[in-house]
Design a protein around this ligand. Structure first.
Ligand SMILES: NC(=O)c1ccc[n+]([C@@H]2O[C@H](COP(=O)([O-])OP(=O)(O)OC[C@H]3O[C@@H](n4cnc5c(N)ncnc54)[C@H](OP(=O)(O)O)[C@@H]3O)[C@@H](O)[C@H]2O)c1
Length: 290
């Protein structure tokens, strides 16, 4: 039977896809692989794994995602986010497999003030953004390649803005959060659902495959400060959120001040309904012990 291969299955998005399993009608069985099970930096391992299985779709959730550390570990970031994507595309091409590759709003410089469309010029500010953009270019060379850029991804697992705010809210009476970064939060569970709806539609022949770039984030727009305020409210925490400028938090990697994504294309071509970020934030909050 044909299967869906998910790489980077231990990450936020990979875990959410794993939870969906075969819940959607028309969805082929999902094979989730962690870095231990399939290290995408090894072209040989990737080729062997793909050649030895009956994969119809490859969803690449594996990535080097430490935005600040990437400024120091440039080679590592490019190895995972660029060279390894080439490995995946090359192995997929040999067996005519569809690839859905995940990318980021950090490919943009944030100088716009209207939501970014897929065709807008990418000009990353950071090593992470540059490495992801180069990965995208590999996927774009492939006729069965699809890229979904997302932004401000979070889930109930550790190591994201949501979980960090909950921890800070528990430990402090006050937390300072930047108000000059505007974007759209994305609940990884929603993105996982959208990806699998696309896979089920194409696999079941209800939807044609459209290659190229697509944008997906939750509906609505906010600043990091607004998001932190809503997280504290949703969690019933008294912690006061103080708005500050990005300059007050010097970090190695520059972030775009504005990275709202225009999602019209994915909604239109794949009939995807996207929940508002506030609604999804409440959903995610129910998954954690506050
Ligand atoms: N997080 C965000 O805010 C955000 C925003 C926009 C776009 N994105 C994109 O969304 C996608 C998913 O992000 P995420 O937040 O789910 O990332 P994540 O939680 O950091 O997960 C990434 C996963 O990739 C795995 N990985 C790293 N190197 C690998 C390798 N060589 N071979 C196989 N697996 C490897 C990691 O393995 P280990 O668990 O062993 O480290 C980890 O499980 C990424 O493409 C990311 O660039 C993320």
């Amino acid at each position: 039977m044909k299967t869906v291969l998910v790489t980077g299955a231990n990450g936020q998005l990979g875990k959410e896809i794993g939870k969906l399993s075969a819940a959607l009608p028309g969805l082929p069985p999902i094979v989730c692989t962690t870095r231990k099970e399939l290290d995408i930096t090894s072209a040989g391992d990737v080729e062997k794994f793909i050649d030895g299985s009956n994969i119809e779709f490859l969803v690449n959730c594996a990535a080097y995602t430490n935005v600040d550390l990437a400024e120091k570990e440039k080679e590592k970031a490019f190895l995972v986010n660029h060279d390894s994507v080439r490995n995946l595309v090359s192995a997929a091409g040999r067996k005519d497999i569809h690839i859905i590759h995940i990318s980021t709003d950090y490919v943009f410089d944030g100088k716009s003030n209207i939501p970014y469309r897929e065709e807008d010029v990418a000009a990353p500010l950071s090593v992470y953004g540059m490495s992801k953009l180069k990965g995208e270019k590999e996927v774009l060379k492939y006729a069965k390649g699809m890229i979904i850029r997302t932004s401000w991804l979070y889930s109930s697992s550790k190591g994201n803005f949501f979980s960090t705010m909950l921890r800070l809210g528990r430990e402090n009476e006050e937390v300072r959060v930047v108000f000059d970064q505007t974007g759209s939060p994305t609940f990884a569970g929603d993105l996982a659902g959208a990806i699998m709806k696309i896979v089920a539609g194409i696999s079941g022949d209800q939807t044609g495959f459209s290659p190229g770039i697509f944008h997906y984030a939750n509906e609505g727009v906010c600043s990091r400060y607004d998001l932190a305020v809503e997280i504290m409210k949703a969690a019933g925490m008294d912690c006061r959120v103080v708005p500050v400028e990005s300059d007050s938090f010097p970090v190695p990697a520059a972030r775009p001040h504005y990275s709202v994504l225009n999602k019209s294309k994915i909604k239109r071509l794949y009939s995807i309904n996207i929940p508002h970020w506030r609604e999804s934030l409440l959903k995610c909050t129910t998954e954690v012990n506050i």
